[in-house]
Design a protein around this ligand. Structure first.
Ligand code: FAD
Length: 423
């Protein structure tokens, strides 16, 4: 299309493996602790939205492992409900038509549900780990294919009109197979050499997410004989180790999320993560050992690690959306990303859908921080409500998913070395 350069800052990420792995030995335990705190572990999500694109009940996963355990209502801090009630805004018919299963504001790449949305359930994420569920086959393949096909940017008249009207465009019908085509990018409709930066960005985020989910599946595989969850090295070899590009995209996502967290760190340092209502807080502040104090300390630790991370050479956000057509490409990018969250409503396994929605929202929040907000927006005093709790929870749980994946990759490497030594 001639509006993006074919090579650029994304490739440099390959040099960042060691930096990221070194950082992850501290990051993973820190963010693992963070997401166990009440502010970060309760997430509201609507799992009963209809798939807006096609009807297919055949792909519904009925395994127990696909089910989501909801949180006990009494555990949800009143503060969120009270705050949410005052903010409830039910879309009118015209607004709702454009939303179809996904609520978002203008600068959102996609926000799904939040404390204020009328439907949805609270889940305790720690009770619903991402792992092997048995959801597979045609339905799962169709979803991935549809998501990769959203990577379709261009400056045709129709797509410009769509971008201006805030509409997404292509959603594939679920009638295709994932055949034995060549490499991942070609299969996803991308020719690497002629691909613009924004397309590559989209592709790498999705492929990295796909690879991270696959790693969680292989690291937490159900051993049917013992009924326990164990790492499955062969699963990892066949799905990931044979495709270094896929793992590279997980590292890329780690860098992207860390850049976003570091950029918004001053905002997050001031973000109100207290769950105690103001009337019950002491004047001296929260005492050490109290929930809010511990959460704050844990949050500050993760923020400090992201701020310290030496990854500036691996990802340069200013290299994207710079051409004269950037506003149109940006709108297209947002619309496609919003479509991905809608496609998630078609995933036939509740637990997969929940983690899928959360992570798309987490990446959407990171992209918004990097590309849609400026320093003025991110000023915590001027704009304390810029990011909603749902976005903050999604962002840091997505960072946790990626950090855990990198941790599992290190474990698989050790298992491989042991296997080689034993042969
Ligand atoms: P799939 O993973 O379905 O991949 C389909 C095709 O895409 C592959 O054949 C390959 O050509 C290509 N491909 C694969 N990986 C990549 C990559 N990283 N980059 C580019 N191309 C790639 N299952 C669970 O057990 N637990 C879960 O929590 C879970 N969550 C899911 C969430 C979502 C949103 C979706 C759509 C599916 C989820 N699944 C989950 C199913 C899981 O992702 C796989 O679809 C399933 O395990 C079947 O895997 P597969 O090896 O057949 O290929």
């Amino acid at each position: 299309q001639g509006y993006c350069s074919p090579s650029g800052p994304i490739e440099a990420t390959n040099c960042a493996y060691e930096t990221i792995e070194g950082l992850n030995s501290e990051l993973f335990p820190a963010v693992h602790d963070l997401v166990s705190h009440p502010f970060f572990k309760y997430y509201k999500v609507d799992l009963y939205r209809e798939c807006p694109f096609w009807k297919d009940d055949s792909g519904m996963c009925m395994n127990r492992a696909c089910a989501v355990q909801e949180a006990d209502d009494s555990e949800i801090p009143d503060k969120w409900r009270a705050g949410a009630l005052s903010k409830v805004h039910l879309p009118d018919a015209e607004e709702a038509e454009g939303m179809a299963g996904c609520y978002f504001r203008n600068d959102d790449f996609c926000a799904t549900d939040d404390d204020a949305s009328p439907g949805g359930q609270y889940v305790d994420l720690t009770l619903n780990p991402e792992r092997y569920t048995g959801y597979a086959g045609g339905s799962a393949h169709d979803i991935w294919k549809a998501i990769y096909q959203e990577n379709c940017f261009g400056l045709s008249e129709a797509s410009i009109a769509d971008a201006k009207a805030g509409r997404g465009r292509s959603v594939a019908p679920p009638s295709f197979g994932m055949g034995a085509m060549g490499d991942d990018m070609q299969r996803a409709g991308l020719a690497p050499a002629e691909t613009c930066e924004e397309k590559k960005l989209y592709y790498r985020v999705i492929s990295g997410l796909h690879a991270s989910i696959a790693t969680s599946i292989c690291a937490n595989w159900l051993d049917r004989e013992t009924g326990t969850w164990v790492p499955n090295l062969d699963c990892f070899i066949w799905r990931l180790a044979k495709f270094p590009e896929r793992l590279g995209n997980v590292y890329f996502n780690a860098v992207l999320l860390l850049r976003a967290v570091a950029r918004a760190a001053p905002y997050f340092h001031a973000y109100d993560i207290a769950i105690t209502p103001p009337s019950l807080r002491s004047e001296e502040g929260t005492p050490r050992g109290a929930v809010d104090y511990d959460t704050r300390a844990s949050f500050d630790k993760v923020l400090a690690l992201a701020e310290r991370a030496d990854i500036s050479s691996s990802f340069e956000e200013r290299a994207f959306f710079t051409d004269p057509d950037a506003p149109i490409v940006m709108e297209q990018f947002k619309n496609h990303f919003r479509n991905v969250s809608r496609i998630m409503d078609c995933v036939g396994c509740d637990k997969c859908r929940m983690w899928g929605k959360l992570q798309v929202s987490g990446f959407g929040t990171a992209l918004k921080i990097l590309f849609a907000l400026d320093e003025k927006d991110l000023n915590p005093e001027a704009n304390p409500d810029l990011l909603r709790r749902t976005e903050v929870v999604a962002l840091f749980n997505t960072l946790h998913r990626v950090a855990e994946t990198l941790h599992s990759v290190a474990g698989f490497r050790d298992m491989w070395a042991e296997r080689i030594a034993a042969d």
